[in-house]
Design a protein around this ligand. Structure first.
Ligand code: FAD
Length: 653
């Protein structure tokens, strides 16, 4: 039983068949269509699990509307139901929805298009991969289990501890390591499962399902931004790209000056960053540029820009390029390999598949938390953990949701959500690029980090890329056009524009207590992003790209032939603008939804990490940032958690 009626499901299958039809061609690779690849079954199953009830209602409406001849007649001059149309007419209808001036129509189209094409190109084995020389991931490299053995839970349980840490990512991992080193009794509870070197096979579809928040399909409420976050033991540090940047001084100064985050500009804070860098083996010696990063470097240098080499937390990188699905070689120095493992070896208990539903408190002091833990057979058990202190490190999406579910009222909780919105400028090169191979991120342009005199602008970097995410991102005008474009992706280099957003969104909870992300790119931030997009294209041209592809749904492309033509193309891109659900938009950095402030008006959390409302209830993750860090945030989160850990120790005695 799915949330779709039989009729709606049939329409959905027709859409999948339109997005990716069987093509009558002699080329065996081109023959593969959604139906022969069993995409509809996967699609129905995925939509059932990854979409919110609100999104399901919108999808059902879309599926019903396109079967009404009058609707198709008025919107697209095709007076038939969608399922009764020829393939070209069905493609026409989908283009009408894709390009509609009505955001709700674009949203409906994008919601189905992205997930269908992602599933089609990420599933393995895959008849399409040979077309673009994708040899698949490296597969598991070891049969050695990791050091950590999570605590088994097989029935209703009550536990007692000194400190309970909720979430095991960048923030939670460091807190666990630091507090266990100081002799505190520690339990870490993580809602994701435990995956380690031997489990990391690099398959795109399964890795998204097993290691990412909402199977990698989380979006903002209006579907306009894909929101990527880790949900596995080690959190984001297990699946991230290892870029390890210290926070810029001007950001730390802003945090202390404007928000009262006292101590963040101190030498002690810098010592916390040093300690983390040392434990993570942050180094630049292993930041070898793959062809995508070489293109960025070449283009920047040709334009006279300085380009920096990105330090990474890695030891013995094999440059397989599949870092975002967990490192099968054990080279990534995630919290799993460092702080969490240290804590475990000192006796910390680690519970996985444990979702903390509520923090409990009495008389203004925390007393523990209530969780539901899933055992190996899929049965849920209620677990009560009594603790003298609770540190919430559930990340910027879940930390505010958990605090709200626990009855906290501070008005900063869930506000000021910053996402470092990202879009892409893609160039096609004569030589193969194979964007999925090698260290994904090793070069960066810092030229435009301050466009407004307040420290807001963008950086240009490169992304990790596999066929599923590329297929979901590329513009779709017809099955033939998308098929054809996919045939060149091994020659594509993409540059990402990472925007430091000044204006934030908010996290709210739905009736079931689940977080919902409300975020719209503010015109000022959009202005910076557009500046970055145009600049990224200029860098592509300077690096030798021969065709440019904008991130727009409308398929704006340009064959490079002289600078005048390029500037004309850029003017078209600029005119197209950045309307929600009309271009590709991502976030891999969620921040500041429970920010630190020097007083209750400015922050949800005090400068020592304790909440303003409940004694001994602390927050230590990206949500405490007063504003967006401007740089990839892992190191800032870990340094901040390390710094807060020293104060938590002082407070707990
Ligand atoms: C694909 C990708 C690539 C990235 N690359 C980089 C990079 O190269 N460099 C960089 O600096 N940053 C990178 N980042 C960002 C960085 O990894 C994150 O910003 C960072 O991990 C966030 O740390 P955190 O402690 O706030 O939360 P997380 O690391 O997300 O940890 C939160 C954990 O809490 C768990 N949790 C949530 N709710 C509950 C609950 N109720 N009960 C129990 N557990 C719960 C989650 O499952 C999760 O594991 C990347 C992110 C992604 C997604």
């Amino acid at each position: 039983m799915t949330f779709l009626t039989e009729r709606e499901e049939k329409t959905l299958i027709k859409i999948a068949d339109t997005l990716l039809p069987e093509l009558p061609t002699a080329d065996a690779h081109l023959m593969a269509g959604a139906l022969s690849m069993d995409v509809p079954e996967l699609l129905v199953e995925s939509l059932e699990t990854v979409t919110s009830s609100q999104q399901q209602r919108s999808l059902k409406l879309f599926l019903r509307l396109i079967e009404i001849p009058l609707v198709n007649g008025i919107t697209a001059q095709r007076w038939r139901s969608f399922s009764a149309m020829s393939l070209p007419d069905r493609a026409h209808i989908l283009r009408i929805w894709s390009d509609s001036p009505l955001e709700l129509m674009r949203r409906a189209f994008q919601g189905v298009k992205r997930i269908t094409l992602f599933l089609a190109y990420s599933k393995s084995p895959n008849p399409t991969w040979g077309r673009f020389d994708f040899n698949g991931p490296p597969g598991a490299q070891t049969s050695e289990p990791g050091v950590i053995r999570p605590m088994p839970i097989s029935g209703p349980t009550t536990l007692q501890t000194g400190v309970l840490i909720v979430g095991s990512g960048a923030g939670g991992g460091v807190i666990a390591g630091e507090l266990s080193a100081a002799g505190y009794e520690v339990i870490v509870i993580e809602k994701g499962a435990h995956h380690d070197d031997m489990d990391f096979h690099g398959q795109e579809l399964e890795s998204n399902r097993d290691l990412f928040e909402n199977s990698g399909a989380l979006t903002t409420a209006d579907v306009s931004m894909a929101v990527l976050a880790g949900s596995t033991l080690g959190g984001g540090t297990t699946i991230n790209w290892m870029t390890s940047l210290r926070p810029p001084d001007f950001v730390l100064e802003e945090w202390e000056r404007d928000f009262g985050f006292s101590g963040v500009t101190s030498a002690e804070y810098q010592r916390s960053l040093d300690a983390v860098c040392e434990r993570l083996n942050v180094n630049s010696a292993e930041s070898v540029a793959n062809p995508q990063n070489s293109a960025l470097e070449r283009g920047c240098k040709a334009l006279g820009y300085d380009v920096s080499v990105l330090p990474r937390n890695v030891k013995g990188c094999e440059e397989c390029g599949f870092c975002n699905f967990g490192c099968p070689f054990g080279s990534k120095q995630s919290t799993l390999k460092t702080y969490l493992q240290d804590a475990y070896e000192r006796g910390a208990r680690i519970i996985v598949r444990g979702h903390v539903d509520r923090v409990i408190h009495q008389g203004g002091t925390v007393t523990g938390a209530l969780a539901s833990v899933e055992d190996a057979d899929g049965h849920q058990h209620e677990v009560t953990i009594r603790a003298k202190a609770v540190i919430v490190s559930a990340g910027s999406i879940h930390t505010p949701a958990l605090l709200m579910r626990s009855g906290l009222q501070n008005r900063n909780i869930g506000e000021n959500l910053h996402l470092h919105p990202v879009t892409t400028a893609t160039g096609e090169y004569t030589d193969p690029i194979l964007p999925w191979q090698g260290a994904p991120q090793s070069r960066m342009l810092n030229q435009y980090i301050d466009l407004d005199g307040r420290g807001y602008g963008y950086r240009i970097e490169t992304p990790a890329a596999q066929p599923g995410i590329i297929a979901a991102t590329l513009p779709w005008r017809s099955g033939e056009q998308h098929h054809e474009l996919m045939g060149y992706i091994h020659h594509f280099a993409s540059f990402i524009v990472l925007t430091r957003d000044f204006h934030g969104g908010r996290v709210r909870i739905d009736k079931d207590g689940k977080p919902v992300l409300h975020y719209q790119l503010h015109p000022q931030d959009a202005h910076h992003m557009m500046h970055g997009l145009l600049e990224a294209f200029r860098i592509q041209v300077a690096a030798g790209a021969r065709i440019l592809y904008s991130p727009h749904a409308k398929y704006l492309t340009h064959q490079v032939n002289g600078q005048r033509g390029v500037e004309k193309f850029l003017a078209t891109v600029e005119r197209e603008g950045l309307r929600p659900n009309a271009y590709a938009l991502f976030s891999a950095h969620q921040m500041s939804s429970c920010r630190i402030g020097g007083d209750v008006r400015r922050g949800a959390v005090k400068p020592d990490g304790e909440t303003y409302e409940i004694n001994n209830l602390f927050v230590a993750d990206a949500s405490v940032f007063p504003t967006a860090s401007g740089v990839n945030p892992m190191l800032t989160i870990m340094g901040t958690a390390h710094f807060l850990a020293q104060q938590i120790k002082a407070k707990l005695g």
